[in-house]
Design a protein. Sequence first.
Length: 213
Amino acid sequence: MKPILFGPSYSVYVRIVKIVLAEKGVDHDQVAFDVFDHNDWPADWPQRQPFGLVPAFEHDGFRLYETRAITRYIDEAFDGPALQPDSPQARARMEQVISVLDGQGYWPMVRKIFVQRVERARDGMTDEAVIAAALPKAERCLAALRQLLGERPYLAGADFSLADAHAAPMFHYFLETPEGQGLLGMQPRLADWWARIAARRSVLATYVGPEVT
């Protein structure tokens, strides 16, 4: 049976899974709904995702939630190019990058700067103090990612990996803000990496604009 992805395409974390599915060439179905509207949730959503977050995933009766678990399963369960490096060191680097993105990048870059500058601005409700407080954290995250990237073309080595897929939706939203553009401009090597990622077919094909969770 085709795997099923649950969650809205505007979600950063749903889109991470969609990028991985695209990279692997996996045909799938998607059950999209507004995660912010409980009335729009599938009836069994609390059983599929006990925390009310997205995404969730099902394949041949096997259910998963948490993006990192889902993307690793997809990479290992389906044919297509491997999205995890062979060496223990490179896999550890991939995990490190994903942890940095989740723990240090997503909230300041997306939930604070992007949401305030783009989403809240639609209603004239931008809180500049929230943006100002998030900027040093976003800057520190980009500097760490630049250091982890080193001289390699991709975040975990010579090839596109789950780390790059994890980063792409966060960067896409962040770079819709002038603050994101300015901070990335201070990291030319990271900007070169982003130019490669942004032109990738899986990243282009999965972009929708901008509401986030």
